[in-house]
Ligand binder design. Structure first.
Ligand SMILES: NC(=O)c1ccc[n+]([C@@H]2O[C@H](COP(=O)([O-])OP(=O)(O)OC[C@H]3O[C@@H](n4cnc5c(N)ncnc54)[C@H](O)[C@@H]3O)[C@@H](O)[C@H]2O)c1
Ligand SMILES: O=P(O)(O)OC[C@@H](O)[C@@H](O)[C@H](O)[C@H](O)CO
Length: 383
């Protein structure tokens, strides 16, 4: 069995590649980082190390790579794959779509076996988004043919994998916890079950629980931590004030999730507590710059901050700390992050009122707009 995985980065090697290799797949990574591709081609293996006291290691073998900048290689890899997965970043999906589409055309021409394409990104409906990008490259006739044999099941993936600073450039340090949930209702009949994947009939509660708890809390820690001058999530969470606010943020999204999906409140409280422990893992150094990266994406209306805040507001659930986390996102001025720089430029050019609406799509008359603005002004004076 051969899996083609787009993105040989932190989650690609540290999570998806590891699971697939252990499940018996030969994993072929497609990446645009020349050095990474060459090393994977040469070594055909790498090490994953757990961030815990034992520092347990896993030797991942039977892997190789192709260069994603070569469209013919990408198409050929997809054409010969038994499974395709991605972890490139949701905004990059559009850039890998043409190669996948070409590969699917080849499969149709060859009468190849059915295929699942699973996007493992932090987004709602990641695979569905990828499908739309892929379909935009196909003729109407080809879409019909592809529809019959290719499925794009949505997924939720959870494992904290920081930016790596190891001597061995292929080694990845990961937290021990992991969860990979896939929407079974979107799979083709008779699909091959992969050990390590949790298949569920309805993904929405799982992806919203993950995105609105782990990722909402995580970016709150990054943005509130950055405002106070912390460089890592571990430093930010060691500050009692930041940690308390992060907990309140997750309690607000928790109230929404419990109301919306009928989760047990006590169990959800335990889930939050475990996530706080994960953020504080002393064996990890997770940079605020990574966790806060791409603030335009994180402030967009369908993502981890605005979506739960609006849903909670509509249900009459009080939201105070979520708007504060959003306000802090407007102060995230990481010079190496193009999206952060763009927001900073808009704050200066357009003013905070218009910038809030531009990125969150929250109208100036909405009460949450005023909340974000008030917090922004207060944070500017007193971080
Ligand atoms: N790191 C985590 O803790 C974590 C956990 C869960 C989900 N995710 C999600 O996984 C995705 C990847 O995150 P990451 O932390 O591994 O990022 P990363 O930057 O470490 O990895 C992304 C990889 O994609 C590659 N890439 C970029 N453009 C490409 C292209 N056109 N074709 C092929 N490869 C390309 C990059 O070179 C890089 O190696 C994101 O959507 C992220 O939200 C990350
Ligand atoms: O990858 P992003 O930019 O969507 O979010 C940054 C982190 O919150 C994220 O990568 C987490 O570490 C991960 O989602 C944990 O499962």
């Amino acid at each position: 069995m051969r899996a083609v995985h787009f993105g040989a980065g932190n989650i690609g090697r540290g999570f998806i590649g590891l699971i697939l290799s252990r499940a018996g797949y030969e994993v072929c990574f497609s990446d645009v980082n020349d050095r990474l591709v060459e090393l994977l081609q040469e070594k055909k293996a790498y090490t994953v190390r757990l961030a815990n006291e034992a520092q347990e290691t896993f030797h991942v073998t039977n892997v190789t790579a192709i260069n994603g900048k070569n469209p013919e290689d990408v198409a050929e890899a997809v054409a010969g794959a038994d499974l395709v997965t991605t972890a490139v970043g949701v905004n990059i999906l559009q850039h890998i779509a043409a190669g996948i589409a070409k590969g699917l055309e080849k499969r149709v021409a060859r009468g190849a076996a059915p295929l699942h394409i699973i996007a493992c990104e932090n987004a709602i409906g990641g695979s569905t988004q990828l499908k739309a990008h892929v379909y935009s490259h196909l003729s109407e006739d080809m879409k019909e043919k592809v529809k019959a044999s290719v499925a794009f099941p949505d997924a939720a993936v959870d494992r904290i994998v920081p930016i790596q600073h190891n001597e061995d450039p292929l080694e990845v340090q990961v937290e021990p916890f992991y969860e990979w949930v896939v929407d079974e209702s979107q799979m083709l009949e008779g699909f091959h079950r992969i050990e390590g994947i949790h298949y569920v009939e309805a993904l929405e509660p799982y992806i919203e629980r993950k995105l609105f708890t782990v990722n909402t809390g995580h970016c709150a820690a990054a943005y509130l931590g950055h405002v106070r001058g912390f460089a890592t999530i571990q430093q930010a969470m060691a500050d009692g004030n930041v940690a308390e606010q992060v907990r309140h943020v997750m309690e607000e999204t928790g109230a929404l999730l419990v109301r919306k999906y009928g989760f047990d409140a006590a169990e959800h409280g335990t889930y939050i507590q475990k996530i706080i422990q994960r953020f504080m893992n002393p064996y990890l150094i997770d940079e605020v710059a990574r966790v806060g990266r791409s603030p335009i994406r994180k402030l967009s209306s369908n993502d981890r901050l605005v979506r739960p805040a609006l849903q909670a507001y509509e249900r009459g659930i009080p939201v105070v700390y979520l708007p504060k986390a959003m306000a802090a996102a407007f102060l995230f001025d990481d010079k190496a992050d193009e999206e952060a720089l763009q927001i900073q430029e808009d704050v200066h050019q357009l003013g905070i009122d218009r910038t809030i609406t531009k990125y969150t799509s929250i109208d100036a008359n909405h009460p949450l707009h005023a909340e974000i603005k008030n917090h922004f002004e207060r944070l500017t004076i007193q971080p």
